[in-house]
Write a protein that binds this ligand. Structure first.
Ligand SMILES: [Zn+2]
Ligand SMILES: [Zn+2]
Length: 302
């Protein structure tokens, strides 16, 4: 399987509009961006996993050839609002060659998508149901959704397990926990996991995963070859940043600390720092599998 990280950012692309926190300033200085998290998997089918508002830009930035099926993880705008852009694929094909793109989501997620995009179901998208634990039908790549808890405002939330050519990939999407289907996520070759913050906040109201909270999950799921971190935000507080007073900057409950010094790890402000700090945290927590902080455009062979 070949996996491309089309986007690796949180609900609003980074650097964020109207924001002059040290993370956004640092990213602008280094010309770094993170568009909304979405993946493109080439296995027996070409699979687009989530379709946020950045999809057109992501499509061209990664020279995507086409898509056979679309999987939506849940009913939040950063994961489905780009579906309307896929009309362009129909418009540029010859009438007799076009068939609607099979698009999978759970029933609860479809209920929200259909309120917005019912007109897409006529010609552009074929509505298919993702049922947690059951293999998606009509595809040659083995794909199974698993139920995730992402709060009461995303009741249809699922992650997906992909199996092809003897390899297994788990993608969690947004979550706080896996709901009773841990057997599906155990011992993958590769795990792509959400890490919205470094530190678990005092109040985790959007029901998202911090790297701190992810560590015991990663340890118990035992990924074999690699862990990739995605859905990265600018909501951790960087020491001394005047923007720490803004609404999005969360107060950590009990921040991750360097075991040697007892001092909290510094909060990364760019890709390079993220990678170094993630490696340190994995090492200090005796998690031996290699960690890669994903960045937009990264492609890996699995
Ligand atoms: Zn999200
Ligand atoms: Zn979400």
């Amino acid at each position: 399987m070949r996996l491309t990280f089309l986007g690796t950012g949180a609900a609003w692309s980074l650097p964020e509009i109207g924001c002059s926190c040290l993370i956004c300033i640092g990213m602008r200085r280094k010309n770094e961006t993170r568009s909304r998290t979405a993946l493109y998997l080439e296995a027996k089918e070409r699979v687009l996993i989530d379709c946020g508002p950045d999809v057109a830009r992501q499509w061209w930035a990664n020279s995507l050839g086409g898509v056979d099926t679309v999987l939506i993880t849940h009913e939040h705008g950063d994961h489905y609002l780009g579906l309307d852009e896929l009309v362009a694929l129909r418009r540029s094909s010859e009438p007799e060659e076009w068939c609607p793109i099979s698009t999978f989501a759970t029933e609860a997620t479809w209920a929200v998508i259909e309120r917005q995009f019912a007109y897409l179901l006529e010609k552009t998208l074929e509505k298919r149901l993702a049922v947690p634990g059951r293999r998606l039908t009509g595809l040659r790549t083995r794909i199974r959704p698993f139920k995730t808890f992402h709060g009461s405002v995303a009741k249809g939330s699922v992650g997906y397990v992909f199996e092809d050519a003897g390899k297994r990939l788990v993608y969690t999407s947004d979550l706080l926990d896996v709901e009773g289907q841990e057997d599906l996520v155990r011992q993958p070759h590769v795990l792509v996991i959400q890490t919205h913050w470094i530190n678990e906040p005092q109040v985790n109201r959007p029901s998202l995963l911090s790297l701190q909270r992810a560590l015991p999950m990663i340890r118990s799921w035992e990924p074999q070859e690699g862990v990739y971190l995605v859905h990265i935000s600018d909501a951790d507080r960087v020491a001394g940043d005047p923007a720490n007073k803004s609404l999005k900057k969360v107060v950590p409950a009990d921040p991750l600390k360097d075991p040697q010094t007892g001092v909290p790890y510094p909060i990364p402000t760019c890709q390079d720092e993220w990678q170094k700090i993630a490696e340190r945290i994995f090492q200090d927590n005796r998690i031996k599998v290699p960690v890669q902080v994903a960045y937009d455009g990264l492609t890996v062979e699995i």
